[in-house]
Structures are given as C-alpha cells and as structure tokens.
Design a protein. Structure first.
Lengths: 147, 79
C-alpha cells in the first residue's frame, strides 16, 4: 500500500497492510512533527505533494528494497496539508520473515523517501516561514541507489 | 497548443495557483516555458528546476506537445 493522504495516518492500517502468516517481524517507522529546527521554535509544518509522481516513486523504493532484502510486504503513507507538533507526517511498515531484513528495509525506505519522492514541507515559525529544499530530484537521483 | 502547468510548494506560492493552463507555440521546450513563467511571475526563483511531463522526468530541452501536463518540482523535502 502506497498513498498520499490528508487525514491522520493510521498505524493500524499500516500494520494490517503488511501482516502475513510468514512474517516473523513487522518494523514500523513514524516521522513526526518536531517543535524545533535549527534553533527555531516551529509552530507547524505544511506538506505539499505531487501524488501522480509520489506514489510511483514510493513503489520504486519498494522495488529497490525487494532487490536487496527478503521482505514480504511494504506499506508507505505520507500525509499532506497542515500538520501540528507531534502529528505523524509519514508512516512506513515492512514485514519480513526475520527482523534484520525488516529493520534494514524500513530504514532504507525512509532515507530514500526523503531524497526521491516529490513531497515538500514548509516550516512555519514565529514571524516567518520557509519551504525546505532538500534533494533536487531527477532521473539521476532516482536511479542511484543508496549503498 | 494548450498545455497545463502544475506547481508545487514555493513555486505554487510564487504563482498563487496550483495549476495553470497556457497556450504555447509549437517547438516550445520545458526551459522556454519556465523562462516565460518567470517573466509572468517574477517571484519564481532564478533556477533551472526539475521538470516532468505527464508525470515522467524530462530534461530542460524536452519539447512540449499539445495537451501535455508539465510539472515543475522544487528540491524535495518529504518525510
């Protein structure tokens, strides 16, 4: 399951999406909105996405994971819109027969998401706001794999 | 010919709209379109942004065709 949503991320939904009788481990990751960044007190974050490219980019990450690790299911949900401190912006779940693969795949998924998926966040603080600019994404970034 | 332009994050805010429909001449490239956009919306940054046509990444020299959906993507920062 790979999707962009506007409503709060459901951990139960993520876990359900990767449950499997052959799974010995389910590893989950939640990215949550922190109240500070670079010394600034953050009020909230606003996320934007291009779902028509973001969902295929998530599917590509899953393909990369399957080439490297023996996992069973992968689920990624990213939320857009205004998110308050403590709310989850991204949720990932990976099931595998054994925990080592599930941990490694989940870690890879969030690292790759941050550099290849067309999603953007704006930080809003007291007296200012800023769209954070990370990786200039493109075919060369997408085709490069993390080592 | 008619094309649509999708804008995200700071580009969307610089233009004030998420989507535009523009008429462009035959032979217009992605880079030409960005330059024209910057002329119309000076708040857009002076960069060569990543672009996609119909949800596939393209180079700045890609030539637009009638009905294309062109997206300009700022550096990503999800997560």
């Amino acid at each position: 399951m790979f999707k962009i949503v506007e409503e709060p991320i459901s951990m139960e939904e993520l876990i359900r999406a990767v449950e499997d009788p052959g799974a010995g481990a389910i590893v989950t990751f939640l990215g949550v909105v922190r109240d500070n960044n670079l010394g600034r007190k953050v009020h909230y974050l606003e996320y934007d996405a291009y779902p028509e490219m973001a969902v295929p980019a998530m599917e590509r990450i899953a393909e990369e994971i399957r080439r490297r690790w023996d996992v069973i299911h992968i689920a990624i949900i990213h939320r857009v819109g205004r998110l308050e401190i403590g709310e989850a912006s991204v949720g990932i779940a990976v099931s595998a027969a054994h925990r080592a693969e599930a941990f490694a795949a989940c870690h890879y998924a969030i690292d790759r998401l941050k550099e290849t998926v067309p999603i953007w966040k704006k930080e809003v603080w007291e007296g200012g706001e800023y769209w954070i600019e990370g990786t200039a994404v493109g075919p060369e970034v997408v085709s490069r794999r993390l080592t | 010919m008619k094309i649509s332009i999708k804008l995200f994050a700071l580009y969307r805010e610089a233009v004030g709209q998420r989507e535009l429909t523009w008429t462009v001449a035959e032979g217009t490239t992605v880079a030409d379109l960005w330059q024209a956009l910057r002329d119309a919306y000076p708040d857009l940054p002076n960069v060569a942004p990543t672009a996609a046509i119909n949800a596939e990444y393209v180079s700045p020299t890609a030539v637009l065709r009638d009905g294309d959906e062109v997206a300009f993507l700022p550096p990503v920062s999800g997560g």
